[in-house]
Write a protein that binds this ligand. Structure first.
Ligand code: ADP
Length: 448
């Protein structure tokens, strides 16, 4: 017999013994009184214990089980241990669910769980944002009734989830979403939504770029092919032949410039081409740029050089020379004959280096300025082409400056002129007392 049963029988046994003794010593009347009192006390005790158990059972679950007395001690303790174990298990479960929820919220993608009837069961914040849902309000509603994009509704209803579906977000204009449904468990479904706007933009840029390059090469190629055919098919006068060959040469040079600029851009963008960080004296570079500018202008413009301070610059001399050279060539190409182009250099009070090209040229309307550094962006396509432009000059400038943590600033006024300024960060510029090297001989300001 179990100890609990034995303990439970102990009190009735004592009452029975006391009743027997009372019967022998005092007679039947006293014995009945002892039996009644003893039995009453035992019943009252058990009813009290039962009442405590009942009260506890109807309490919320996380209240500890009451302590039992006498024969109730062991069963109550066993009950307490079981409840405690279940509470710990539930706490573990809750912590696991909470961890899962936090992980799902941290995901860069949207996650949504649907039941077999495609009703929303749960979704993280990102999925709610992507699909325009509001939880807990939308829990239990069919996704097809909540989603606003017909293409998504068709996809959810199709039950064919091998492919993902792509559509424009209605919440964020310009954003593109990709949604994939993955069945799991017993007819449940996991929906994963992803913002692919950036990927789409890169793919679009790549497509546009290829289309632009093809177009840019097609024009001179068509011209060259046409002249070659003409030269093959027709007997031409010597002066005509010379003229056609000259035009072919111009077109070939255009293609050469375009290919050169494309190669420069691609090498600037390549991760295999780290920046050659070497200190160099800026004044000799400015003198060389000014000489090149004069050669390019061929006396059509006044070229002035305004050197504020001599300095050493840390970076790639070749890349900066190419970027500054592009700004200068633009100034010359977009300034009518007789205009002035001034190259300024100074070290500002905060230690940054400022190289500026100021011209008195045609100027640029404000709406074009933010897009000037885009590849192949031109304000006036035919003017750019006629002056030998590739539409890539300022894109190259932007990349070179980016690699030097430098910034380009454009100020321009139609018919008055433009100033393009490159701001080099102070950590790349060290002011020196005297002009370095060749600069010793240079005047602070030179002009044509
Ligand atoms: P492009 O080879 O056509 O000159 P860039 O990338 O160098 O290409 O310049 C982009 C466009 O910016 C040019 O087509 C031109 O319209 C405008 N632009 C650049 N520099 C100047 C300037 N100094 N004055 C006026 N317009 C300019």
């Amino acid at each position: 017999m179990s100890p609990v049963v034995l303990r439970g029988l102990a009190a009735p046994a004592v009452v029975a013994a006391l009743t027997a003794v009372a019967a022998l010593a005092f007679g039947a009347g006293t014995a009945i009184a002892v039996l009644a009192t003893g039995s009453g006390a035992i019943i009252a005790f058990h009813v009290w214990q039962l009442a405590r158990l009942e009260r506890w059972a109807s309490e919320p679950q996380d209240v500890d089980a009451p302590e039992g007395h006498a024969s109730w001690r062991e069963p109550m303790a066993a009950l307490y241990r079981r409840v405690r174990a279940r509470q710990l298990h539930q706490a573990d479960l809750a912590a696991t669910i909470e961890r899962f929820r936090r992980a799902a919220e941290a995901l860069p993608d949207g996650m949504l769980i649907m039941d077999s009837a495609n009703r929303v069961q749960w979704a993280n914040q990102r999925a709610q944002m992507h699909l325009g849902l509001d939880l807990p309000r939308d829990i239990g509603a069919a996704l097809a009734n909540l989603a606003r994009q017909p293409v998504l509704v068709r996809y959810v209803d199709s039950e064919a989830y091998n492919e993902s579906v792509v559509f424009d977000s209605q919440r964020e204009p310009g954003a593109t979403l990709s949604v994939q449904i993955v069945p799991f468990g017993i007819e449940e479904k996991l929906l994963i939504s992803r913002d692919i706007s950036r990927l789409e933009a890169v793919a679009r840029m790549r497509r546009d770029f290829i289309a632009n390059v093809s177009h840019e090469l097609k024009t001179p190629l068509t011209v060259v092919t046409g002249f070659v055919e003409t030269l093959q098919d027709l007997e031409l006068e010597p002066h005509q032949r010379r003229r056609y060959l000259q035009l072919m040469q111009e077109q070939a040079r255009n293609m050469q410039r375009l290919v050169d600029d494309l190669l420069t851009l691609s090498s600037l963008e390549s991760e295999q081409n780290p920046l050659a960080d070497t200190p160099f004296a800026v004044v000799p570079l400015l003198l060389a740029l000014s000489a090149d500018a004069k050669a390019l202008s061929a006396g059509r413009h006044t070229i002035a050089l305004d050197i504020g301070h001599a300095a050493m610059v840390t970076g790639s001399r070749d890349e900066l020379a190419s970027a500054f050279g592009n700004l200068i060539s633009n100034a010359i190409r977009y300034t009518p004959d007789g205009g002035t182009i001034t190259l300024h250099w100074q070290v500002a009070a905060d230690g940054t280096g400022e190289f500026a090209v100021e011209d008195t040229g045609i100027g640029i309307a404000p709406e074009h300025v933010p897009r000037l550094t885009e590849r192949f962006y031109r304000v006036d396509r035919s003017r750019s082409r006629a002056s030998g432009g590739t539409g890539l000059g300022l894109a190259i400038v932007k990349h070179v400056l980016l690699r030097h943590q430098a910034e380009l600033d454009v100020m321009s006024e139609i018919a008055r002129g433009s100033t393009f300024t490159a701001h080099l960060p102070a950590k790349r510029v060290r002011r020196v007392a005297e002009p370095e090297g060749a600069a010793q001989a240079a005047p602070a300001s030179t002009s044509n």
